[in-house]
Ligand binder design. Sequence first.
Ligand code: SFD
Ligand code: AMP
Length: 618
Amino acid sequence: MARKTIIEECDVLVVGGGMAGTGATFEARHWGRDLKIVCVEKANIDRSGAVAQGLYAINCYMGMQWGENQPEDHVRYARNDLMGLVREDLGYDMARHVDSTVHMFDEWGLPMMKNKQTGRYQREGKWQIMIHGESYKPIVAEAAKKSADKIYNRIMITHLLMDETNENRVGGAVGFNMRTGDYYIFKSKTVIVAAGGASHIFKPRAVGEGMGRTWYAPWSNGSAYALPIQAGAKMTQMENRIVLCRFKDGYGPVGAYFLHLKTYTQNANGENYEKKWYNQTKELVGEYIDHHPTPTCLRNHAFVQEVMAGGGPIHMVTKEAFQDPHLETVGWENFLGMTVGQAVVWASQNIDPKYTNPELTTSEPYVMGSHATCSGAWVSGPEDLSPPEYFWGYNRMTTVEGLFGAGDTVGGSAHKFSSGSFTEGRLAAKAAVKYIQEQKANNIKVSDKQCEDFKTMIYKPLENYTVGRNEITGGTVSPSYISPIQGLQRLQKIMDEYVGGISVNYMTNENLLKKGLELLDWLQEDLENVGAEDYHQLMRAWELKHRTVTSQCVTEHTLYRKETRWPGYYYRGDHMKLDDENWHCLTVSRRDPKTGKFTMEKMPVYHIIDEKEKKEAS
Ligand code: SFD
Ligand code: AMP
C-alpha cells in the first residue's frame, strides 16, 4: 500500500497538545497574529495527555489578587520540596504568571469551586484550588483549536529536523499518522516540545493483565526527553525521578485527602510511623527533615522504611473524615473526576472508606518535570531574572537554537502541575515568536535527503516484521525481530533492577548503574530489530525507542550524582547521605548526536529569591 508524504511548512510547531502544548498554541497566536501555528498531537487533543480523564484540583495557583501567596513563596516551597535544588528563575517566572492562566480557565467555563464565605476559589491546600475538572482537557483544547492554523491528531513525532547550515539549530519535525500510515514532514522555524513525561520506563507494580494501570498516564512515553536529547540539547536533573504515595492498585492521588479531608497515615498497628524514622532520616539528610512542609521524598522515605521494617500495610485513615457527608462526597468525587479506576478498585474490593481505611502504596518511578520533581531540558530563563549561566537569549529555549520546551519537558521548575505547565507553554510560545520576529530563524535548510533518511528509519519496524514473521518459531517468538512489548518489558526490568525501581526498594549503586548502562546499550542495538505488525505497533516501537533514550539519560545522571539527595525517590547505596558540600548543584548532560555518548557537568544552583531579599534589606 502506498503511503503518502505530506509536507507542511509553518512558523511555530507545537509537538504535543497536552497542558503545555495547548498553552503554547494559544499564546503563539496572541503574539504572532500572522504566523502559521501548527500543533501535532499523538492522540486526540480533546482527551490527550495526563489530564485526559480530568483533574479534581489545580495544584498551582498563587491567589495574588487576595494576597494569599506571592511567587517568592512558591519558589521557597518548591526549593524546599526538592531538597534545595531548583531553577529559581524558571519557578518564579511561572509563578508570577500562573494566576492569569487560571483566570482564563475560569472565563472559558471550567467549573471552579468557590468558598461560600469568602467568595474566593475553594482552597484544597496552600497552593491547590478545587475544580469540577472532568472537562478540563476539552476546555483547554478548544482554546488551542481556535488559535492554531491546524491541529493534527493521531500523528506521533519521532524525530526533530535539523538545519543543515547550522547543526545546532532546529528545522522542524517528522512523524507518521498512526491510522493512515502517512509520513508527515513539518518544516518549521521554531519547535516547542510539549510532549509530557514518562511512565513505563521502570517496571510498574501492575503487570500482566493489570498493565497500563499506573499513576501517570500510561501513554506518556518520554518523547519530551528523547526528542531534545537526540538533537543534542542539554538536559538537567534527569536523576530526579519521582515516586508517589498513592492509594493501592488504583493509584488514586492523595493530595485532596491529606490537604482537604485532613486524613492521615498509620502503619498496620495504628501507629504514626513517620515519627519513628525521624532520627534515621536526620542522619541521612540533616536539617532538611525539619523543613515544613516535609519534602515529598522524605515522606516517602518513612513509608518505604516502615514497610521494609515489617510495619506494612500502610493505611490512610479515612474513617474519621468520611463521617462528614460533605467530605465523603468530596472523597469519592475526587476520583470520579480524575482517576475513575480508584473508585472502581474500591467498589470491586468492597472497600468503603467510611468503614475501612484503604491501603496506600509507593509507586514505580516516573520521569516528569511538573510535579514534585524537575527532570527535563536545560532551558534559558527570562531576561530580567536569570544569571548568565541560566540565560541565552530566549525564555524556555533549550541549548538547541529555535527548540523550546514547556511543561514536563522543562527541567528545574518543579510544582508547575497543570496550570503551571499551560503557563510555561505560553511563556515558551511568546519567546518563540520573538525569536522569529528577531530574524533568528532565517535561511534554515532542510534537505529532501534528511527527510527521506528519517522516512526509511521510521518505517523500518514494519519491514523488520514483514521479513521476520516468516521465521516465527511459535506464538510471537522469532529469532530475527523483537516486538515492542518484549522490548518494553526488557527495558522495565533493566531500569527496575539496576536503576532503582520497586523490586529493589529504589536502591542502586555505581556497579549496578554501570551494568544497567551496558544492558541499555545492548537493548539499543536490538531495537534496530524491533518489528511492528501494524501502524499501532509502529507507534509502540517508537514509544519504546523514546523511552529507552530517556532511560539512558536517567541512568547516566543517576551515576553522576554521587549522593542520595532524595531518599524515598531513590538511594545510592554507595553514597547514602545527602552531600551539600559537593552536590548542592544541578546536573546537566548532553548526548553527542554523532557518537551517542553522554557527557556530564555540574551547574550552580542560585538562590535568587533570598539573595534578592538580602540585597533589598541591606
Ligand atoms: O493531584 C505527543 N496532574 C495534576 N495537576 C494539577 O494541576 N492538579 C491535579 O490534581 C493533578 N493530579 C494529577 C495529574 C496528572 C495525572 C495523570 C493524575 C493526577 C492522575 C499533573 C498534570 O496533569 C501535569 O502536570 C500536566 O498535564 C503536564 O503537562 P504537559 O503538557 O507537560 O504533559 P501532558 O498534559 O501529558 O501532554 C503531553 C502531550 O503530548 C502528546 N505527545 N504528541 C506528538 N508526538 C509525540 N511523540 C508525543 N508524545 C506525547 C501526548 O499525547 C499529550 O497530549 S495530582 O495527582 O497531581
Ligand atoms: P498528589 O495528590 O499527591 O499528587 O498531590 C497534590 C498536591 O498536594 C501536590 O501539590 C502535592 O505536593 C500536595 N500534597 C500531597 N500530599 C501532601 C502532604 N502530605 N502534605 C503537603 N502537601 C501534600
